[in-house]
Design a protein around this ligand. Sequence first.
Ligand SMILES: Cc1cc2nc3c(=O)[nH]c(=O)nc-3n(C[C@H](O)[C@H](O)[C@H](O)COP(=O)(O)O)c2cc1C
Length: 173
Amino acid sequence: MRERDDIETFLFDVCDFELPHDNYGTEIGNLFPEWRDAIIRADGLVIVTPEYNHGYPGTLKAVLDLLLKEYIHKAVAFVGVSAGPWGGCRVIEACVPMVRELGLAVTFTDLNFPAIKNKFDADGNFSFEMGPTPDGVVLMTRDYQADPKTGVARRVDPIRVGGRLSEAVPAVG
Ligand SMILES: Cc1cc2nc3c(=O)[nH]c(=O)nc-3n(C[C@H](O)[C@H](O)[C@H](O)COP(=O)(O)O)c2cc1C
């Protein structure tokens, strides 16, 4: 995604969040201003998650729970990662109802990485051609864009939503 000149990206790793154990959720959202400000600026998210016992990691949930209104009407695409053969499709299915409650809109397609250990060479380099998921998230964010002041996403071109989504079907496969 970084190679596309029509997308500005910010990368966050949930491991970098020093989450307290005595408080939770939006009450502590302001302790992570970089995350809050990035989500306010963002038009969409791509969540890359491993599958843990068919579910999502608790840390991912704890980080997402730091905010709420900042996500509303923004697109989210999922990249699933697993040791098994299904490429995290079960963790993605588990995430869908959860992100719906955050107000996020899930893209049509996912990107799946099964047997993740085989995707790294002996030197630890990752090799895989990026698939179509960014197109899904880009197409959806063109219809809803975040107001730079409030962070609230608003539909920018309602008349063309249907056309765009049906145009997207061949593109996102
Ligand atoms: C607690 C735990 C549960 C896991 N459950 C699954 C699973 O249900 N299905 C699967 O294919 N892989 C499972 N895995 C393997 C991980 O998905 C795989 O190792 C992961 O994508 C790599 O991310 P990690 O570095 O955060 O472990 C599990 C790994 C852990 C640690």
